[in-house]
Design a protein around this ligand. Structure first.
Ligand code: SF4
Length: 196
């Protein structure tokens, strides 16, 4: 499997904020957003067995598969089955464009967090998630949130402030939330509190 990094930290966003997890960041993404600031070029490779053994080195019993786009990673089905067999709680963070609703390996996944891209309004192909997080990156973000809510059934819907030049735009997030019903605020706590 092509990877960028594997590390342990606390989840900084959404309903599971504060949960100790092993984060597995896969290389590669099915989108090529020009504004992407997430490292997703492969730095190393591991077999599924090696990756499971690496994850077992950490204290956390929860694993977050992230990216890039983890759902396009070759062998992700084998990985989640192996982790579930070992009793891990497994979350997947996806951009929601890979059409995974019918993927058999989702049966092993405990939590799906979807972050639809406001700049890619027509590309969503996910019908169900546990939580949806939209970054309020422009003035029309509330309209995008409403469209996302019609498309994806989820338990929780969050608006996150957009980070620009190291500063979070709380004003735009607040403005977006004020015109929405049933959405909550999710701040990237790991950035505010200085953990990874
Ligand atoms: S979906 Fe996310 S990781 Fe993929 S290119 Fe866009 S911003 Fe980057």
């Amino acid at each position: 499997m092509k990877l960028v990094e594997v590390f342990e930290s606390l989840q900084g966003e959404g309903r599971n904020s504060g949960r100790r997890c092993v984060f597995v960041r896969f290389a590669g993404c099915n989108l090529d957003c020009p504004w992407c600031d997430t490292a997703h070029d492969a730095r190393f490779e591991m077999t599924v067995g090696e990756l499971v053994a690496e994850i077992a080195q950490y204290r956390a019993r929860s694993v977050v598969l992230t990216g890039g786009e983890p759902t396009v990673a070759k062998g992700v089905d084998e990985l989640v089955a192996a982790l579930k067999e070992r009793g891990y709680w497994i979350a997947v963070e996806t951009n929601g464009t890979n059409g995974i609703d019918e993927a058999p390996w989702l049966a092993f996944v405990d939590y799906i967090a979807c972050s639809p891209k406001i700049e890619r309004p027509g590309s969503l192909r996910l019908a169900h998630a546990d939580e949806v997080r939209v970054v309020a990156s422009c003035v029309g973000a509330a309209d995008f949130c409403r469209a996302v809510r019609e498309r994806i059934e989820a338990t929780d819907y969050y608006v996150s402030p957009c980070e620009r030049d190291g500063k979070m735009d709380f004003a735009l997030a607040k403005e977006t939330l004020e015109s929405l019903d049933g959405w909550s605020l999710s701040v990237q706590l790991h950035k505010l509190l200085g953990f990874r």
